[in-house]
Design a protein around this ligand. Structure first.
Ligand SMILES: [Fe+2]
Length: 350
């Protein structure tokens, strides 16, 4: 009877393990996951995988050391190992320590399958036909070319957007760092609350360009040092709608990113603007962004007031749970607050 191909994934990133599992299961593999070395050892006692995907950056153990151990242990010495890491240098060390291949994070499902399948076949699984023989080095090169092209295009686009964001802000607060900071906070918080949203590339642009509509607000209002009158405030509030309209014809932005731009001043209790949306009728990206925008507004030095401490700002976010902010997003904020604080400190030091 034909045996099912089997892969063991060893990575402490649970989300990545799930992505890898889904990818391989669609290809008919059985997948074991292990979040640490102890679990991996337990799985290896019970079954013999046809390939192992090993994160080199496992916490608490030197990944290269563990790789060498797998190579030296008779039960695992012949199993192909694909090292995974975000660093090329770790990849080179892994190849030196006996990994058959290296996959750099982030990778696509297609890269994963095209890299692992020939290794499983070479490992004696299935009949090798002439068209199945793929040189892993060639394949890696092709993948690398594709990745670089994609990256170049992405960087060119990102630079254009960043220049636009910083041009906008030099007119506003005299700083170009607010957009960058809120984008990094918002991306981290999205990962906590709704990681699937990050698949939409427009989201990050929406974060970066959330206030693009301020380009249409007169200096007399935008730069006014004192309190705005009611009509000036209304005019200022138009920036949300105006921003969305400005970018309506840019296809790459015209999804969740555009919704962030329009709805980032909506409030959970329905007292926001421009549409007075409430609760889940507010796009999730905008609900996430509202929290980090307030956080940064409070902790950043503005011409008209001094910043408050991180603790005071975080307390204010918690206080507004269920009124200004989505309760689930505030819970997510609490869960990843140490990471957000680390980003805050990095920005201060930059
Ligand atoms: Fe805004």
């Amino acid at each position: 009877m034909r045996r099912t191909r089997r892969v063991l994934v060893i990575d402490d990133d649970r989300l990545l393990c799930e992505l890898v599992r889904t990818t391989f299961e669609l290809e008919g593999y059985e997948v074991d996951t292990a979040y640490d070395v102890i679990e991996a050892e337990r799985v290896l006692v019970e079954s013999r995988p046809d390939a192992i995907l090993l994160d080199i950056g496992l916490p608490g153990i030197d990944g290269i050391f563990y790789l060498e151990r797998l190579r030296e242990t008779p039960q695992t010495s012949k199993i192909p190992i694909v090292a995974i890491s975000g660093s090329d240098e770790a990849g080179r060390s892994a190849r030196g320590a006996g990994a058959q291949a290296f996959l750099r994070k982030p990778f696509s499902p297609l890269e994963l399958i095209t890299l692992v399948t020939p290794l499983v076949k070479e490992n004696g699984f299935g009949e090798l036909g002439p068209s199945d023989v793929v040189d892993v080095a060639d394949l890696n090169r092709l993948i690398e070319i594709g990745r670089r092209q994609h990256q170049l295009l992405h960087e060119a686009y990102a630079q254009t957007v960043a220049v636009l964001a910083s041009a906008l802000e030099s007119r506003d607060f005299g700083t170009s760092r607010h957009s960058r900071r809120v984008t990094s906070y918002a991306t981290r918080l999205t990962l906590e609350v709704a990681p699937g949203l990050l698949d939409d590339p427009s989201l990050e642009w929406g974060f970066l360009l959330h206030d693009v509509g301020k380009i249409g607000i007169p200096d007399g209002i935008l730069l006014k040092p004192g309190r705005l009158t009611t009509s000036e405030r209304r005019r200022m509030q138009e920036h949300a709608e105006l921003g969305e309209r400005l970018l309506a014809h840019v296809p790459l932005l015209n999804q969740e990113g555009a919704r962030v731009i329009r709805s980032h001043h909506e409030r959970w209790d329905g007292n926001g603007y421009p549409d007075r949306l409430s609760e889940e009728s507010i796009p999730l990206g905008a609900r996430i962004f509202a929290v980090v925008d307030s956080l940064d507004a409070m902790t950043d030095q503005r011409p008209y007031r001094a910043p408050v401490s991180w603790e005071v700002a975080a307390e204010e976010i918690r206080r507004c749970r269920g009124s200004h902010f989505d309760p689930d997003v505030v819970d997510g904020f609490e869960a990843c607050e140490p990471d957000l604080y680390r980003l805050h400190l990095e920005e201060l030091a930059a």
